[in-house]
Write a protein that binds this ligand. Structure first.
Ligand code: HEC
Ligand code: HEC
Length: 454
C-alpha cells in the first residue's frame, strides 16, 4: 500500500512538472516572442490585442453620437466657445475648464504648444485657447466638432462626450489637471452638474423630468465635484428624503474583472451598464438597449414614459452595439492601481489584514482578491446599517458589495456610494457599531492601514 502511495506521489510530481512546464511555454504568448502551438491560439492572441486596442479607443475617444444631444439639443458648445466665436456669453477659458475639473491630456499637446505654455506665452484665461485644446483632442472626455476643421476660430458646431470624461483623470505630471491619462481612475474633481449647467438650453431635460428650468438647474448644481446622478433620468428623484443631493460618487472603472454585478446598486454586468450609459446617459445614438425592468412606472416613471427599456435601431445603423464587446474587454483589463510605497504603514497593514479576514468580518462580504462576493454580490441596506434610498432606486433594491482594491488610498470625496463617510476611520467605526464587532482602537487603526494598502 505504502509503495503504491509513494508511486502515486511520484506520478503526481511528474504531472506537476508538466503543468509548470506548460505554464512556462505560455510566456511570450501575447507579445509574440513565441509561436503559438496552433493557428487557433494565434487567432486568440491576435483577437486579444485587437479587442484591447479597439476598446481603449472607444473608451477614450468615442462620443457614441452624443454630440447630437450635447451640441444640437442643449448647445453646450455655445457656452464653451463664447460669443466671440458664435456662441453665448463669455466662453470657457482653460482656467475655468480646469476649475470645473476637466483634465488636459499632455500627450496630445504638440511640442511647440508645450513650450509656449512653459514659457508663459499661452493665455489660460482666453476661451480661444480652449478651442485650440479641443482641436488638438486634448480635453479628456470631450470632443469638439468644428464648423471648419482647419479653422478652430470659426467656432464649434457641437461637442460630444466620452466615457473618459468621468472615468479617467490625469497624473498632473505637467501641471495640476494636465498630464498623462489614467484610464479608469474616477475624475473626483469633475463637477458634471456645473458643466451641464453651462448649456444655454436645458428645455429638453426639463421636459424629460417634467420640471421647470430653475428646478433642473438647481438639481444639477446640487451634485458638486466628483458626483453624478445616473438614476435621476430613470426615476426623477432629485433629492434624498433628508433634503441632500441624490447623486453618487463617480466610481472607478478599473479592478472590475471577476466582479459579477456593477454599479453601487448592482444594475447588471459591466457590459449591461456600458450599454445603459451609452444609450441613456450619454444620449448616444443611434443604439439599442433592452431592459423591461424600466417599464415599471412606479419605480422608474421617467424611463417608463420615455420607453428607455426599448431603444432599438436597425442593424447596420446602430452606432453603439458594435462597440460593446471590445469596450467590455478593455475595461476588464484595467488593473486596480497599487497604492504608492510609503503611503501606508506596512507593519500595521499586515496586522490589519488579519482583522479584515478575521474579527472584522470584512472578508465575509469583501472576498479577496476581487473584494466582493463571487456570486450574487448584493445586500440589503439593513445588513450594512444604512438607509435604503439609493438601493430602492435600482431594480433589486439592494447595495452591491463594493470591490475595494486600488480605490481607497487616494479618495478625496468620501466613502460609500454617496461619500457619506468622510474618512476610512469613519467607515470602520460604522461597521464596528452595526456589526457589533467590539474592535479595539489598535485593531481599528490596523484595519485602516490595511484598507489603504489594497
Ligand atoms: C457623466 C459621468 C459619467 C460618464 C460620461 C460615464 N459614467 Fe460610468 N458611471 C458614472 C457614475 C456616477 C456611475 C455610478 C452609477 C451608479 O452606481 O448608480 C458609473 C458607473 C459605471 C460603472 C460601474 C462601476 C462599478 O463599480 O461597478 C461602469 C463599468 C461604468 N460606469 C462604465 C462607463 C462607460 C463604459 C462609459 C462610457 C460608455 C461611462 N461609464 C460613462 C458616471 C459616468
Ligand atoms: C454584509 C456585507 C459587508 C460586510 C460584512 C462589510 N462590507 Fe464593506 N461594503 C458592503 C457594501 C454592500 C458596500 C457598499 C455600500 C455603499 O456604497 O453604500 C460596502 C462598502 C465598503 C467601503 C466603501 C468603498 C467605497 O468605494 O467607497 C469600504 C471601505 C468597506 N466597505 C470596508 C469594509 C470593512 C473594513 C469591513 C469590515 C469591518 C466591511 N466593509 C464589511 C458590504 C459589506
Amino acid at each position: 500500500m505504502r509503495r503504491l502511495g509513494i508511486a502515486f506521489l511520484g506520478l503526481g510530481l511528474v504531472a506537476l512538472g508538466l503543468v509548470v512546464g506548460t505554464v512556462g511555454a505560455q510566456e511570450g504568448f501575447l507579445d509574440g516572442t513565441r509561436d503559438p502551438a496552433h493557428p487557433y491560439d494565434a487567432q486568440i492572441r491576435d483577437n486579444t490585442r485587437a479587442l484591447i486596442s479597439e476598446g481603449r479607443n472607444t473608451f477614450r475617444y468615442d462620443t457614441f453620437g452624443s454630440e447630437a444631444f450635447f451640441g444640437n439639443t442643449i448647445g453646450l458648445h455655445k457656452a464653451i466657445e463664447g460669443d466671440k466665436f458664435g456662441g453665448v456669453v463669455g466662453g470657457v477659458s482653460p482656467k475655468a475648464a480646469l476649475g470645473v475639473g476637466l483634465k488636459v491630456d499632455a500627450d496630445a499637446l504638440p511640442p511647440e504648444v508645450v513650450q509656449a505654455i512653459q514659457a508663459g506665452q499661452v493665455n489660460l484665461d482666453d476661451p480661444a485657447v480652449t478651442l485650440t485644446l479641443l482641436k488638438l483632442g486634448a480635453v479628456v472626455g470631450v470632443t469638439g466638432i468644428f464648423n471648419d476643421a482647419d479653422q478652430p476660430t470659426q467656432g464649434l458646431k457641437a461637442v460630444g462626450i466620452q466615457c473618459a470624461l468621468c472615468h479617467s483623470t490625469v497624473d498632473d505630471s505637467f501641471a495640476p489637471g494636465i498630464g498623462h491619462r489614467l484610464d479608469g481612475w474616477p475624475n473626483q474633481d469633475l463637477n458634471v452638474g456645473a458643466v451641464i449647467n453651462l448649456a444655454p438650453d436645458l428645455s429638453a431635460v426639463d421636459r424629460l423630468l417634467g420640471v421647470d428650468d430653475a428646478t433642473t438647474r438647481k438639481v444639477l448644481q446640487s451634485w458638486g465635484p466628483g458626483k453624478f446622478d445616473a438614476e435621476l433620468f430613470m426615476d426623477g428623484k432629485a433629492f434624498r428624503p433628508d433634503g441632500g443631493d441624490a447623486a453618487t460618487l463617480i466610481p472607478p472603472a478599473f479592478g472590475l474583472a471577476g466582479v459579477n454585478l456593477h454599479t453601487y446598486t448592482g444594475w447588471g454586468s459591466v457590459t449591461y451598464w456600458n450599454a445603459f450609459v451609452a444609450n441613456l446617459e450619454m444620449h448616444g445614438q443611434p443604439g439599442t438597449f433592452y431592459d423591461p425592468r424600466l417599464d415599471n412606472a412606479e419605480k422608474f416613471p421617467v424611463a417608463a414614459r420615455s420607453g428607455f427599456g426599448h431603444v432599438s435601431t436597425p442593424p447596420g445603423e446602430d452606432r453603439i452595439s458594435p462597440k460593446l464587446p471590445a469596450l467590455h474587454v478593455y475595461q476588464l483589463a484595467l488593473p486596480a492601481p497599487t497604492p504608492p510605497a510609503g503611503s501606508f504603514d506596512t507593519a500595521a497593514a499586515d496586522r490589519g489584514k488579519v482583522v479584515f479576514n478575521g474579527p472584522g468580518k470584512c472578508a465575509s462580504c469583501h472576498v479577496p482578491p476581487t473584494f466582493t462576493e463571487p456570486g450574487w454580490n448584493m445586500h440589503t441596506a439593513q445588513e450594512i446599517g444604512i438607509d435604503d434610498f439609493q438601493a430602492n432606486r435600482s431594480p433589486d433594491g439592494r447595495y452591491r458589495t463594493t470591490p475595494l482594491a486600488g480605490r481607497l488610498f487616494n479618495r478625496t470625496r468620501g466613502f460609500y456610494h454617496d461619500g457619506r463617510f468622510a474618512t476610512l476611520p469613519d467607515v470602520v467605526n460604522h461597521y464596528d457599531d452595526v456589526l457589533k464587532l467590539g474592535l479595539t482602537d489598535a485593531q481599528k487603526q490596523d484595519l485602516v492601514a490595511y484598507l489603504k494598502s489594497i
